[in-house]
Design a protein around this ligand. Structure first.
Ligand code: CA
Length: 497
């Protein structure tokens, strides 16, 4: 009886506390949705000049919001960009933030101030749906047990993730702390070393593949697609590649529908599209005329349409800040050959920019960036402000008025004026760009760009007159090379914590 009374008192206390916590967030705070697509290039959307593929929903976002022409993923591959977005810290400052394996451990510890943890402190309901690629677990993870620490330990209240990438094992979703649909009688074993189980691989059984793959991607076969890494077991939990976009979209829509009146939300939606393997749902196949690469752009655009439609249906559009971007530039590669690769070139991923994903040229890291918030951002504008995805944590914190602990988000700059479309807002002065590891790096300063080559040589470009980086001015302007090199060295030393 006594314990029941305590229980009742406890319930009353939490019922009294819950609205008080929520009430700390003023009703005027915007909801925030950050959609980080994968490997979408600067020239892949209609609103950025794509001719053949059609992206009506993304074009709508541009029409109703602000389109940026000088936004950068900060890295030209997935993991360091996502690390920078989460922590406000350049990936190259920390070893081990290169492209993460499917069994990598969490790349930053719980307690690190992150984009979602700051928003959570500001009273937001937070969730991630989609590709994580920042590691899970503190030691080598057992995918059959409770999987943590992960997104829930670094600021998200809800998580439905692809742990690494579509081309890496394990090919399963994790919801909060558990693999979705796992049969305990059929445990998952993952290896990035020796093969596990007796399953055929892409190398031993190429006749089982629905798409051909290069050697690196020729290990475990899942759904007729060979991957990086080996796995066995977990058969009931395996995703179907052509259904990934539908699944993630359904989870994102459910998160939005779970909206509680008075509490703002933050959704980090990280689609698998358009990363390899590109396996569009049959309803999108052949729709672009540009092969499966173009078809998955159509699939991505459909996802955006579902999200925007949900906001409309729920009456949330006006006070929701929606940002769309990409984690690195676009690529046309021969990793996989789905039989339509000869058509991929009909859609130039990066428009007139030089280079592709994994490059320090603009095609590697200049990305689409669209921001819509009908209540605050004037519709239909274009901004040439220099911004990086590393700036989003500090920018979101500024927009919602959340204080930032001393020393946190060391490389993040508040570019909220630019994102909100304030006239004349210039964004940041300089930005460090990286590929996959610690070196080499590039530096943007004003319209100038210095690229350090692995050989130690440097290239210098003036993007104001030469956006395609055709004319290397390093030999002609040694003083400017020296100045930018000194600026880059100053960024690197002393290292920020
Ligand atoms: Ca990527």
């Amino acid at each position: 009886m006594k314990s029941a009374l305590f229980c009742l008192l406890g319930l009353m206390a939490s019922a009294a506390l819950a609205p008080a916590l929520v009430a700390t967030a003023p009703a005027s705070l915007p909801n925030i949705i950050f959609i980080l697509s994968d490997d979408v290039g600067y020239g892949d959307l209609g609103c950025y000049g794509a001719q053949k593929v059609k992206t009506p929903h993304l074009d709508r976002l541009a029409r109703e919001g602000l389109r940026f022409t000088d936004a950068h993923s900060t890295a030209s591959v997935c993991t360091p960009t996502r690390f920078a977005f989460m922590t406000g810290r350049y990936g190259w400052r920390q070893r081990g933030t290169g492209i993460a394996a499917g069994n990598a451990t969490l790349l930053f510890p719980p307690g690190t101030p992150t984009t979602p943890s700051l928003l959570q402190q500001a009273g937001y309901r937070t969730g991630i749906v989609g590709k994580w690629h920042l590691g899970v677990g503190a030691t080598e993870v057992d995918f059959n047990a409770e999987i943590k620490p992960g997104p829930l330990e670094v600021g998200f209240g809800y998580a439905f993730i692809i742990p690494a990438t579509g081309d890496r094992v394990p090919c399963v979703f994790i919801e909060n702390h558990r693999v979705v649909g796992l049969d305990p009688a059929d445990p998952i074993l993952v290896s990035y070393g020796k093969p596990v189980g007796n399953e055929p691989t892409g190398l031993t059984h190429p006749e089982r593949l629905i798409i051909k793959a290069d050697r690196q991607h020729s290990q475990a076969i899942v759904n007729g697609v060979s991957r990086i890494g080996y796995m066995t077991g977990g058969t009931a939990a395996l995703w179907k590649d052509e259904d990934i976009a539908d699944t993630l979209t359904r989870k994102a829509v459910a998160f939005l529908e779970n909206q509680k009146t008075g509490q703002p939300f933050f959704l980090y939606l990280a689609p698998h599209d358009i990363h390899e393997p590109m396996v569009p749902h049959p309803r999108f196949r052949g729709t672009s005329g540009c092969g499966w690469r173009g078809d998955v752009i159509h699939q991505l655009d459909w996802t955006i349409g579902e999200v925007l439609g949900t906001l409309d249906r729920l009456g949330l559009a006006r006070n929701t800040l929606v940002i769309f971007s990409s984690d690195n530039g676009g690529a046309i590669k021969n990793t996989y050959d789905d039989g339509t690769n000869h058509l991929h070139a009909l859609q130039p991923p990066n428009g007139a920019l030089r280079g592709f994903k994994s490059s320090l040229y603009e095609g590697g890291h200049r990305v689409p960036f669209l921001a819509r918030w009908p209540a605050r951002i004037p519709a239909g504008g274009t901004s040439d402000a220099l911004i990086g995805l590393v700036d989003l944590p500090r920018t979101f914190a500024a927009i919602v008025g959340q204080p930032i602990p001393a020393g946190a988000l060391p490389d993040s700059v508040d570019v909220s004026s630019a994102v909100l479309g304030v006239k004349g807002a210039k964004g940041r002065d300089q930005l460090v760009l990286q590929n996959n590891g610690q070196q080499p790096l590039a530096l943007r300063f004003g319209s100038w760009k210095l690229i350090q080559k692995a050989s130690g040589a440097a290239e210098l470009y003036d993007l104001a007159t030469d956006p395609s980086e055709v004319k290397n001015l390093a030999a002609a302007q040694p003083e400017r090379v020296k100045e930018l090199a000194a600026r880059l060295a100053a960024e690197q030393s002393p290292p920020k914590s």
